[in-house]
Write a protein that binds this ligand. Structure first.
Ligand code: NAP
Length: 303
C-alpha cells in the first residue's frame, strides 16, 4: 500500500524512511514537510495539497511534534485515509479521543504507536512477568537532551512534554509488561525558569514503583526498568532491548533498529484486518503527573 510521511525531521529520517524502504508492505509515495524531503519521493509542503493530489495514497504516517500533529491527523482522517501516529499520540488525551471518533466515523485504521514496546526484550519480559507478583520497581530514564534533541525547542514548550518525551517510552514499556495496571500516587516536576515543560521528574506509582526521569544526563545514558518480583529480580535495559533475569541477560541485544520495521508491519496488519490500536495508558500517567505533580522551578535551560 502507498503511504505518505509527514514531518521530515529527525525521527522520520533516522527510522521511518529506512523502515519503509525495507518494508515489503509499504511504498513511500509522498512526503509533506515545509523544508525536509526524501530523495526520489514526491514532496509536498502542505498536507491538504498532498491529500487532494494523491487519492491513490491510502495511509499517512505523522512524524510531527505532538502540538502541530492534531490538525494534520484530522485532515488525514477526514480524507478517509488510514492514520499512523508517532508517540505520544497527541498533545492532550481529548485530542486523541477526538481522533479515535473520527477514525470510527471514516471507517479507517488509527494506530497510536509506542516504538519502545517493539524493543527486543519487551515481549519476553511480559511473558515472564505474567504469573509474578511485583514487590517494587525502579525506572531510571536519564538522557542528554542536548545530544538527542539538539535545538528542539518544541520539547520544552507547552504540549512538548519535556522530559516525558523520552520518559513516556519507559511508561509505554511498563504499562505493556506489568500483569496489572498501575496508577500515579505522587510526582515532582522540575521546570527550568525559562521553559514551559519539565526537564526532570520523579514519579511514585502504585506497586512500589519509582521513576527517575532526567534530561540533563551527561556521560553514560541510562534507559532501564528494574523490577523486584516474588520470583526474584528482572531488568529491561537499553530502552527495553535487553532483558535480564536474576542479573543474567536472557533475551535481546543493544539495537533499536528493529523497532520501526515492527511498527510498520503492525500497521499493515491492522489495515488488512480493518482494526485500530490506541492505548493511552502511558499518556494517562503523564497527564496525571502534570495534574498532581509538585512543581519546582530550577535553573534556566538553553541548548
Ligand atoms: P523534529 O525533527 O523536531 O520535527 C519533525 C518535523 O516536524 C520537523 O522537521 C518539521 O518539518 C516538522 N515540524 C516541527 N515543528 C512543526 C510545527 N510547529 N508545525 C509544523 N511542522 C513542524 O522532531 P522529531 O525528533 O523527529 O520528533 C517528532 C516526533 O517523533 C515526536 O513526537 C517525538 O516524540 C517522536 N520521536 C522522536 C525520536 C527522536 O529520537 N528524535 C524518537 C522516537 C520518537 P518541516 O519544518 O520541514 O515542516
Amino acid at each position: 500500500m502507498k503511504i505518505a510521511l509527514v514531518g521530515i525531521g529527525k525521527i522520520a529520517l533516522d527510522q521511518h524512511v529506512p523502515a519503509l524502504r525495507a518494508s515489503a508492505d509499504w511504498d513511500l509515495a509522498a512526503t509533506v514537510s515545509r523544508s525536509g524531503r526524501v530523495e526520489g519521493v514526491e514532496a509536498f509542503t502542505e498536507i491538504g495539497a498532498m491529500l487532494e493530489a494523491r487519492p491513490d495514497i491510502g495511509a499517512v504516517s505523522l512524524c510531527l511534534p505532538p502540538v502541530p500533529r492534531f490538525a494534520a491527523a484530522k485532515a488525514v482522517l477526514r480524507a478517509g485515509r488510514h492514520l499512523m501516529l508517532e508517540k505520544p499520540p497527541g498533545a492532550s488525551l481529548s485530542e486523541v479521543h477526538a481522533l479515535q471518533a473520527l477514525a470510527r466515523e471514516a471507517g479507517v485504521t488509527i494506530y497510536a504507536t509506542w516504538h519502545s514496546r517493539m524493543a527486543l526484550g519487551v515481549a519476553a519480559a511480559k511473558r515472564w512477568l505474567a504469573d509474578k507478583r511485583i514487590e517494587s520497581g525502579r525506572i531510571i530514564w536519564r538522557e542528554d537532551i542536548r545530544h538527542w534533541h539538539p535545538g528542539q525547542d518544541w520539547i520544552l514548550e507547552a504540549g512538548g512534554m519535556g522530559v516525558f518525551d523520552p520518559g513516556i517510552n519507559a511508561l509505554s514499556i511498563l504499562t505493556e509488561i506489568l500483569p496489572a495496571p498501575v496508577h500515579l500516587r505522587a510526582a515532582t516536576l522540575d521546570f527550568p525558569a525559562n521553559r514551559q515543560a519539565p526537564i526532570a521528574a520523579r514519579l511514585s506509582l502504585s506497586g512500589g514503583i519509582e521513576a527517575d526521569l532526567d534530561f540533563l544526563q551527561t556521560g553514560p545514558q541510562t534507559w532501564d526498568i528494574e523490577l523486584v518480583t516474588d520470583a526474584g529480580p528482572m531488568a529491561l535495559r537499553m530502552g527495553g532491548n535487553l532483558l535480564e533475569i536474576a542479573g543474567r541477560p536472557v533475551e535481546g541485544q543493544k539495537d533499536i533498529m528493529q523497532e520501526y520495521p515492527a511498527l510498520y508491519a503492525r500497521m499493515a496488519g491492522l489495515v488488512q484486518d480493518g482494526r485500530s490500536e490506541v492505548d493511552l495508558a502511558p499518556m494517562v500517567l503523564v497527564a496525571d503527573a502534570f495534574t498532581m505533580g509538585q512543581r519546582a522551578i530550577v535553573a534556566p535551560f538553553d541548548f
